[in-house]
Every structure is written in C-alpha cells, then in structure tokens.
Design a protein around this ligand. Structure first.
Ligand SMILES: [Zn+2]
Length: 221
C-alpha cells in the first residue's frame, strides 16, 4: 500500500462525514422495508425517486452497528485511552481523530487497518443505499460491443456506473439523491485508454461497425 498516511487520513475524514450523512437514509430505508407489504413494495420499485431498499441495506446497518465500536475500542486500546460506547454516531465521529492519534504515536499498521475498515464500511454502505452503481458491460442487439481500438484481445466495453451524492437539504417528496450520470464508455483493458463521452458515440459507433466488418468471416461469392 503506497497511499500516504496523511492522504489516508483525509479519505477517512471524508468517508466518516458521508457515513454520518447516510445514517438517516439507512434507517429510513430499513423502516420502509419492514413496513411495506409485498404489493406496496412492487409499486415502489417502479418509482425511481425513492431510495432503493434491499437486503444489502440491512447488512450495511448491522455491519456498522456490530463493527464500529469494536474498531474504535481497538484503536483506543493501542492509545491507552479507554472510553465508553456512546452510540454509533459519536463512535463514527471519533474515528478520524483516533486515526490521527494512532499515526501520531507511530502505530502505522493499526492506523492503516482502521482506515481500511472505515473505507470498507463506506463502500458497502454507498452500494447498499444505491449511491454507487457498478459499471456494466456494454451489449447491443448483435451481442457484446468490444473495444474497436484493438482486435486481439477483444475486450468488451463498459458503461461507467453512476455516482450519487445525498442532498441533505431535500425534504419530503423531493429527490434526496443527486445523480452524476455515469454516461461514458471505457475500455477496461489495462493497455488501452479508450474512453468515449456521449458526444463521441456516433464516432465510436462507426469504429465498432468497422471492426465488425474487419472481423466478420469473408463471405464467399
Ligand atoms: Zn481497448
């Protein structure tokens, strides 16, 4: 791992801040999940304006509940600073400071472990709430669409996942997530930096068509 310890501290602070902002959304999603009947759930699943609800939400909530205090407690033990479990929110809020104290006392590997844990919670929680959508392989009516910049190996293009941020000023029926559309295609091959934005799709389409002609078996006359 090469990330600088101070940089890592900034990532921890950002992750904790977003986790704290996401906690109410997590709780709200859980309530809706347990309160809705089967029929209602089918109806809400077609409404793109609500936070998605699924088993991942429960998993994320339990993960934070089960792991936050033990992680803080472990850090405090290294620092010889016993403390009481004051609840999830205040425990999460204390982790940035605990991380920096660990670094200050040169408990670097313990600090890195704490950071890795916080970043994992952040990733799992974002995915559970639906704020991170995975990149998806691109396919058309003729099957997989491959990168037109190389024929060997053929690599399927991907559409970037969307990333959302929680709009904390949203109330009631207003959309609580602001989406940054993933819009954009890229080649996942490490040796290729093929990347196309929506304004380049027509051009990309021509390249893909050319590749298909190039690779199509020669027709016999
Ligand atoms: Zn490529």
């Amino acid at each position: 791992m090469t990330t600088d310890l101070h940089e890592l501290g900034d990532l921890v602070d950002d992750a904790v801040a977003e986790l704290l902002a996401l906690l109410p959304a997590l709780a709200a999603a859980l309530e809706r999940d347990s309160g809705a009947g089967e029929g209602e759930r089918v109806a809400t699943s077609t409404n793109v304006h609500v936070l998605p609800v699924n088993g991942d939400v429960l998993t994320a909530a339990l993960m934070l509940q089960d792991e936050a205090w033990p992680a803080a407690h472990a850090a405090r033990s290294w620092l010889n600073e016993p403390g009481d479990n004051l609840g999830l929110e205040r425990t999460l809020d204390s982790l940035g400071v605990l991380y920096r104290r660990l670094v200050g006392r040169q408990f670097n590997s313990q600090a890195r472990r704490l950071a890795a844990t916080v970043l994992r919670w952040h990733r799992v929680t974002r995915q559970a709430i639906g704020l991170s959508r995975r990149a998806v392989p691109l396919a058309g009516s003729m099957g997989a669409i491959t990168c037109p910049l190389h024929d060997d190996p053929l690599v399927q293009l991907r559409q970037r996942g969307d990333e959302g941020t929680l709009d904390e000023t949203a109330r009631g029926d207003r959309e609580a997530i602001r989406w940054q559309r993933g819009g954009g295609l890229y080649c996942p091959s490490r040796d290729c930096d093929g990347e196309w934005g929506p304004s380049e799709y027509a051009f990309l389409g021509r390249l893909v068509a050319e590749q298909r002609r190039r690779l199509a078996p020669q027709e016999t006359a």
